[in-house]
Ligand binder design. Sequence first.
Ligand code: GLU
Length: 503
Amino acid sequence: MIRAADPGPIPESRSRALLSWKGWTSMARSQATEDLNLYNIVSRQFDRAAVSLRFPEHVLQQIKLCNNIYEFQFPVRVGKRFEIFTGWRAEHSHHRKPLKGGIRYSEHVDADEVKALSSLMTFKCALVNVPFGGSKGAVRINPYTTPPEVLQRVTRRYTAELCWKNFIGPGINVPAPDMGTGEREMAWIADTYDGLNHGGLDNFACVTGKPISQGGIVGRTEATGRGVVYGVREALSYPSDVRQFGLTPGLEGKSIVIQGYGNVGSHAAHIFAKEEGAKIVAIGEWNGYLVNHDGIDLDALDAYRTEAGTMLDFPGAQTVRDDPIKVLELECDVLVPAALQNQITLANVDRLKCKVVAEAANGPTTPDAEEKLNKRNVLVIPDIYLNSGGVTVSYFEWTKNLGHIRFGRMAKRLSGHKESQMISAVERVTGATFSPEERRSLGRGADEIDIVRSGLEGTMVDAYREIRDTVKRKRQVRDLRTAAYTVAINKVASSYEKLGIFP
Ligand code: GLU
């Protein structure tokens, strides 16, 4: 086990005080015996995998602990006065450069959460062979009640603070969206960085998740949700595995409950339903949830939500308002927590009725709750694998920015032409004729979106196979999370060899 130099657990009272996020955390807070500090949770998950690895303890410590964290205060004008905001950027590991990770805007964020999230970034990048070290940033602010002009000033000043201390740059540290931020904030970051680094050819590679018009890549917004679907589909594709969990292979017809209908949850829901034929039977938000056992019509829901400003009282489903976290307890095949950390805890785990927990959010299941799920034979697909689609496509965006060329630009016409020739040859040899529609779709060549999606799909499939192999091969590793950490720690450790810290 790892001990020395570890700052040790954060006192319970402090860790619980940081949790409140509207209705979702009421259950978690009622739990008196469980440590809900995300930093401690990630440490426990790491230790569980580390015990079966043969690296010296100091190597494991170096990999486990967060290298540095910059915490700073900065003033921003709000109306006629100035307010002081707190920001962070944690750098967990420099074994690969640049470092990578999102920026979270939340009223409840704190240094431990940012450090924990930065470690998750290291392991998720290693797992999917994205060559970055892990980082994460945050500002303590409520992004939903703060006016856009204040958010813009805060984002620009936050970026300037990072610039002044060398915590951002295409080869140094590359932020991206996380909870409470999106393309708009990334555009402000890119613009501010560009203004402070005059003439830098690669300036726009200083941040990912940008709008397409500002150097973004198609498919980045949907990427985390799409990666979740590819990951679950892969996990449910092995007949002998899924039978153990009381399921049949494949996603077709499976009932799915989604907690959180933000960027990740909403894209995952649409892709599960439209591309995989699954049924979204419930969707939870912070103020209530919707249930329809025949499947929720997502297009109708989106149209209703745009009009009404809320998904509650959508006529195509039953609305339940009290205790929104109870959405997790509905019967289903796959439960997708796509909201916050600490949603599945000792307080509610015994009431879960799903066969699979697919962790789209970071840290939604506590270690104690996971132990119970494992005992009950519920498959937990861990966050560091399942939500790595976002950073995977961020990697594609970063390479696109450094290459200064859109994917597919050089080869699209050529491959389209070759496909058309192939279709004509098939027609000639077989005597069959393709419809004009088939000809158009078969002979169009790959666009950027096709390339991005196929790169993401390949990444998710390969990583799952590596994790699954580890479970099969290593006797001490019994669950996917421990296997995922094992794979990731091995990869990070091998890149530390060059430091000469191995005996
Ligand atoms: N915030 C996302 C995550 O937690 C994306 C990070 C990135 O694209 O750098 O994985």
